[in-house]
Design a protein around this ligand. Structure first.
Ligand code: M6R
Length: 605
């Protein structure tokens, strides 16, 4: 989603803002821009497309000035054109904005009636014109900014420069994150710690409703009631070096192949192999008293939640409810006293998941979050944080965050079962040992990638592809379909294998590949029967299994998986489906790391 950087500085702002915008590229964007204040006047450059287009513009027509604001925009109101790109500017102010101003239409009508003209379709341009009108009444910048905030409804993070005031910047947070970076004789604003990584590691996370006035040597934070407030300074753990792809062609590829390492690191934080026990952080509530668990997330994190439901119900015998965050709070969920609500989010900033978290918190549930970004809003608003330790995930398609989230959830399920008295110490130790073996098995699967690459090349021409699995492999099938469609743009669906005959089997013909996820044991025979039904209708079955069994001769392809225990199997089966999607996308020549229309962190509803 959109990214923000702001500098009230002592040296040229543009090169440093461009570096920050580069760090924000991973969030997904379709236009970018910067504005600076030089000799009292505001100037800007904006360009649709990638940062290279903006860099080209700046090379031909540089901007001077030590104070500036920059933005990467993921289009919401209006297409990704230059006119809609940020910063939005008048002769008095320049503004960058993340989020959505919900009452922008009404404000625009009001401004239009008093003679304002608009060049684009964005809600942000309305904010710039509204602030300008306040300044034109003679209001001081601070008072004008306060009035502006009182008129806005919706979710926003704003960063504002005022003409003639080189040593001044305003920021505000309402629903979209905004972070202050503290420098020496300079101060900064950013949409997240990553934006500020090259500028400062001393950060102040603004709270909802906060606004801030920055100069080079002062930072004053105010709450929604305009009362000055102190907010804690924290030290960012985000690496200052630019994350690179190493020897890989894409970040997604790098992130797929580093999974054995990062999952081992994650498990290293949650397992004590010598003692054969699980280590969870101290909890402000007792797991043994939790009567019900609610798991809420979006996209890939939602599929992690669905996998976890099987683990928790099977091993710990605790009832679990799972929902998509964008639906959860609107259906008036029934909470149980003392219930634990767990929110899973790589970014920790996904708007729908955050809103669901607040809904559950208001209802008095214990709140836990499973996040990759430690300073994220979800982490800060939770009673318990279970970090996934995946390291920065840049590819829009989530891969290592999925397997690391699963590793945390599996550890959690085992500890919950132990605390509930459902399993004894010996069983915990067996699970710990099984989890410990996951990274080595992951490495083995990845070393066999040529086979899956060749299957991916074959199926990349298909128009539709189905993924099927039963039980805990049903969510893995849905994750496979999501991964494939988001990066290769091939239409794909994930189904419970037993459900095919209730409708989707009508889609099957010789042009439809079906990826069957069927590890030996458990429900595999039933899945294999369903795959046979598909083959009887000429469907091209690709089987992912450690046992090709009776259907070997009729299959289109088989990717051999190593045998593994039930607990870690879903984690392992995530790998071939990621590879399949990745290589199909490469074959199709799509923008793998930044697929069209998508953003890494979805901070709008
Ligand atoms: O940061 P989050 O885990 O909350 O993000 C949730 C989804 O937006 C995310 O998983 C999305 O579905 C990915 N693009 C999937 O690869």
């Amino acid at each position: 989603m959109c990214g923000i950087v702001g500098i009230v500085g002592q040296s040229p702002a543009v090169p440093r803002m461009m570096e920050s915008l580069k760090r924000l590229e991973y969030r997904g964007y379709d236009s970018a821009g910067v504005a600076t204040l030089s000799k009292g006047s505001l100037e800007r450059r904006r360009a649709p497309g990638k940062l290279d287009a903006l860099a080209g513009l700046l090379a031909n027509s540089p901007l001077e000035g030590n104070s500036g604001i920059g933005h990467t925009r993921w289009a919401t109101h209006g297409e990704p054109t230059e006119a809609n790109a940020h910063p939005h500017m008048t002769d008095k102010v320049a503004i960058v904005h993340n989020g959505i101003i919900e009452n922008f239409k009404e404000l625009k009508d009001e401004l239009t009636a008093s003679g304002a003209e608009f060049e684009g379709e964005t809600d942000t341009e309305v904010v710039a014109k509204l602030l300008t009108r306040e300044l034109e009444t003679g209001a001081e910048p601070r008072a004008a900014f306060q009035t502006l905030l009182s008129r806005l409804q919706g979710a926003f993070a704003l960063c504002v420069l005022v003409a003639g005031k080189e040593n001044l910047m305003f920021g505000a947070r309402e629903g979209s994150p905004l972070v202050v970076g503290l420098g020496d004789g300079e101060n900064y604003l950013g949409s997240d710690a990553m934006a500020l990584a090259g500028l400062s590691n001393r950060l102040i996370y603004l709270e909802e409703g906060d606004w801030v006035e920055l100069t080079r040597d002062s930072v004053q934070v105010f709450d929604r009631a305009n009362t000055p407030v102190e907010r804690a300074t924290s030290i960012s753990q985000v690496a200052t070096t630019m994350i690179d792809k190493g020897n890989h062609r894409h970040f997604m590829q790098k992130e797929i192949y580093e999974q054995p390492t990062v999952v081992a690191q994650t498990l290293g934080r949650y397992l004590d192999p010598n003692a054969g026990t699980i280590r969870l952080p101290d909890m402000p509530f007792d797991l043994k008293d939790v009567p019900k668990i609610t798991l809420v997330a979006c996209g890939t994190s939602f599929y992690a939640a669905q996998v976890a439901r099987y683990w928790i119900e099977k091993i710990a015998r605790v009832p679990v409810e799972v929902d998509i965050a964008s639906e959860f709070r609107y259906r008036d969920p029934v909470y149980v006293d003392g219930g634990l609500a767990i929110f899973i989010s790589q970014s920790g900033e996904t708007m729908d998941t955050l809103a669901a978290l607040r809904h559950a918190k208001d209802a008095g549930q214990h709140i836990a979050s499973i996040v990759n970004v430690l300073g994220s809003t979800m982490a800060r608003e939770s009673d318990l944080v279970l970090p996934i330790h995946a390291g920065p995930e840049v590819g829009v398609a989530s891969t290592k965050a999925f397997t690391c989230s699963l590793s945390v959830l599996a550890s959690f399920a085992v500890q919950l079962a132990a605390d509930k008295g459902e399993i004894d110490a010996a069983t915990v130790a067996n699970y710990v040992s099984e989890l410990e073996h996951a990274p080595a098995l992951m490495a083995k699967i990845l070393s066999d990638d040529e086979k899956i690459e060749s299957i991916a090349r074959d199926i990349a021409t298909a128009r539709d592809i189905l993924f099927v699995g039963r039980g805990i492999y049903f969510p893995i099938a849905m994750e496979g379909a999501l991964k494939l469609k988001e990066i290769s743009y091939i239409h794909a669906e994930g189904y419970a294998a037993g459900e095919l005959k209730h409708g989707p089997i009508a889609l099957i013909d010789e042009n439809v590949p079906v990826i069957g996820i069927a590890p030996d044991g458990g429900l595999s025979e039933k899945t294999v029967s369903n795959l046979q039904e598909i083959m009887a209708r000429k469907g091209k079955v690709v089987l992912l299994s450690d046992n090709k069994g009776s259907i070997a001769d009729d299959m289109y392809a088989h990717f051999e998986m190593p045998p593994a225990g039930d607990l870690i199997s879903p984690i392992l089966y995530a790998l071939p489906i990621q590879l399949l999607s990745y290589y199909a996308a490469v074959e199709k020549g799509t923008d793998v790391d930044m697929p069209r229309n998508l953003a890494k962190s979805v901070t709008v509803e």
